[in-house]
Design a binder for this molecule. Structure first.
Ligand code: URP
Ligand code: ZN
Ligand code: ZN
Ligand code: ZN
Length: 489
């Protein structure tokens, strides 16, 4: 296969600018982006993009491939998950490394092995689930030697991954000192536990009990708490899977006051509502169980509006695939249904249809929320997230006049369900290019295990800029200690 590619006649879209231009690629790197590139040898593959958009491949900031969770393991691994992603126009993702027996190094090495079959580029976040001096030391190793610049703290999943406020504070301080971004799963885990007991006592054991047991107020509370603690420490905060108006409004308020808070809606929260959890068929209803839960109708539209106005910044999926046999672990008790929904393959199409086709955001903003913003936040821009000379050739060609249709029968995930089954819309990713290789064309995948590369991410991304000034202002605002006489009479 030629390692030279020329994409002709398309509209090249970056987050900051769009123009009619050709794109020339050599050995996986974009070499030129200019109108009318003509000098081409016969060893160059030419792709006609007339009438289509040529955009940076999607970057999914939030996935769980090959993860052990809730007595199960997610069934999409670093090959099937990547194949699905590429078929849907996503060319990179950032997955969450889970420590092994509290060891970050062991967790990292386990994920390094899992990712050997990668067929697209990937990066890692890491979860922090315990606190001690070893964890603190290992965080430094992860940041300085392993290319991890973000750590996730789970405020829910009591008895498993959940952390308390003390750990949250220690973790936030450590993130700050390392220049790493703190991320939170924001739900009040103690209250969720209480809510679950309440539902079981009431005899509500089905998937609807999942939504009823952990209402939006618990997401709002934890989001507000995490934001205030991050403010107290003066470190940036990234709130993953923002599912409710309650959480979104806390983020809006903090951002308005100038705090560095990033909010990540996920596709399920933007396009679905909780009514599926009341579906009479357990298999269907259970497929929609994720945490925080998909909310009642109305939250979806408000989250879309928040994304359109910049209150929320980038879209993830939280792709966390459990088959119906695994979901059936909770047939008698919703608490045992493994949490998670699909989305890695559907994100680019659903965001296009929901946000661009509907007129809520521009095509340049589409590139920003699906790719560029993620690259900037995690410090890999403009190597990723841009169509610029020198960038990696992760490129998609989207035909706005074609259409997509999502179906469990034709998707590339290993799942036997799909929460978006039957959804159709305008706009189709017709070509996906992963570091210069055409991996998706004419509805066909050409992927090889082991071709994906690890993308290390350096600390101190732009979200930290200027925070040292705020620290200095804070310190100088403190009054000198009051001098008091040693003895009292
Ligand atoms: O239900 C979910 N979200 N499963 C994945 C783990 C997490 O909380 O992100
Ligand atoms: Zn320009
Ligand atoms: Zn989570
Ligand atoms: Zn997740």
């Amino acid at each position: 296969a030629p390692s030279k590619l020329l994409i002709k006649g398309g509209t090249v879209v970056n987050a900051h600018h769009q123009q009619l231009a050709d794109v020339y690629v050599e050995d996986g790197i974009i070499v030129a982006v200019e109108p009318s590139i003509t000098q081409v040898g016969d060893d160059v593959k030419v792709i006609d993009a007339t009438g289509k958009y040529v955009m940076p491949g999607g970057i999914d900031p939030h996935t769980h491939l090959d993860m052990s969770f809730m007595s199960s393991g997610t069934i999409d691994d670093f090959f099937s998950g990547h194949a699905a992603a590429l078929a849907g126009g996503t060319t990179m993702h950032i997955d969450f490394v889970i420590p092994v027996d509290g060891s970050l190094t062991a967790g990292y090495e386990a994920y390094e092995r899992k990712a050997k079959k990668a067929c697209m580029d990937y990066g890692f976040h890491m979860a922090i689930t315990k606190w001690n001096d070893d964890v603190s030391r290992e965080m430094e190793i992860m940041v300085k030697e392993k290319g991890i610049n973000s750590f996730k703290f789970f405020m829910a999943y009591k008895g498993a991954l959940m952390v308390n406020d003390e750990l949250l504070l220690e973790g936030f301080k450590r993130c700050k000192s390392l220049g790493a971004l703190a991320m939170v799963h924001a739900e009040n885990g103690d209250a969720v536990d209480e809510g679950q007991k309440r539902m079981i006592e009431l005899g509500i054991t089905g998937p609807e009990g999942h939504a009823l047991s952990r209402p939006a107020v618990l997401e709002g509370e934890a989001t507000a708490r995490a934001i205030r603690l991050a403010n107290f420490v003066n470190t940036p905060l990234y709130v993953v899977h923002v599912m409710s108006i309650d959480a979104m409004e806390e983020i809006a308020k903090a951002r308005k006051s100038g705090q560095r808070v990033i909010g990540e809606p996920v596709v399920s929260g933007l396009v679905l509502d909780e009514s599926w959890l009341w579906h009479p068929d357990f298999k269907t209803a259970a497929s929609y169980v994720m945490s925080p839960p998909i909310r009642s109708k109305g939250h979806d539209k408000e989250l879309q509006a928040a994304l359109a106005t910049g209150v929320l910044q980038l879209v993830g999926t939280d792709h966390c695939a459990f088959n119906s046999t695994q979901k059936a672990l909770g047939i008698d008790d919703f608490r045992k249904i493994p949490n998670g929904v699909n989305g890695i393959e559907e994100r680019m199409h659903l965001v296009w249809d929901t946000m661009v086709e509907s007129g809520q955001i521009s095509v340049t903003d589409y590139v920003r929320v699906t790719s560029t913003e993620c690259a900037r936040i995690f410090n890999i821009y403009p190597r990723k997230g841009a169509i610029l000379p020198g960038s990696d050739a992760d490129i998609i060609i989207l035909n706005p006049n074609s259409s997509f249709e999502i179906s469990t029968k034709s998707h590339h995930s290993r799942l036997d369900t799909n929460v978006y089954d039957g959804k159709k819309g305008k706009g189709k990713v017709e070509v996906t290019i992963s570091r210069g290789r055409v991996v998706w064309e004419n509805n066909e995948l050409k992927v090889t295990p082991g071709t994906g590369r690890y993308i290390p991410m350096q600390p101190y991304s732009y979200v930290f800029d200027g925070l040292d000034k705020k620290d200095a202002t804070y310190l100088s605002s403190l009054k000198a200690p009051v001098k008091r006489a040693k003895s009292s009479s």
